[in-house]
Design a protein around this ligand. Structure first.
Ligand code: HEC
Length: 113
């Protein structure tokens, strides 16, 4: 392989790698925020402040880089479960949609805080 071919090949490899990042759809902030509002999540969670539940920023930090983050958090907001608020067990809310794309968008939004 001569030098010129080598540069052409490595150039297209870099383009291919850079391009693959675009396969991932951008997060829809407005839809995530609407779903949080409609599902009454904001009653207990804020992005920055601790309310009854911890802030989404903290959740994002805890799950950063974890391979199971999507699966765990999706389960947490779609299947009924209990959490502790001021020493008492209460039902944790679930998202008011069954649209998997909207739920995925919401979890990605939380993880991006
Ligand atoms: C009654 C108050 C309350 C409501 C309503 C509520 N949460 Fe929570 N949430 C909590 C508490 C308490 C925890 C447990 C951890 C903590 O201390 O924040 C929690 C944990 C979480 C976690 C982290 C789970 C983990 O494994 O660390 C996520 C994500 C979450 N909530 C999202 C949501 C979403 C989305 C909604 C709306 C569908 C919602 N929460 C509604 C109180 C609430």
């Amino acid at each position: 392989m001569n030098k010129k071919t080598y540069f052409l090949l490595s150039g297209s490899l870099i383009l291919a790698l850079a391009g693959s990042g675009n396969l991932h759809a951008a997060i829809d902030d407005a839809d995530a925020e609407k779903l949080l509002k409609d599902s009454k999540c904001l009653k207990c969670h804020d992005v920055e402040k601790t309310k009854k539940g911890k802030p989404y920023k903290k959740i994002a930090a805890e799950y950063k880089g974890k391979a199971n983050a999507m699966a765990e958090l999706t389960k947490h907001v779609t299947e009924p479960n209990q959490v502790e608020v001021e020493g008492e067990k209460v039902d944790h809310g679930t998202v008011k949609t069954r649209d998997a794309a909207r739920i995925t968008n919401l979890i990605e939004w939380i993880l991006a805080r």
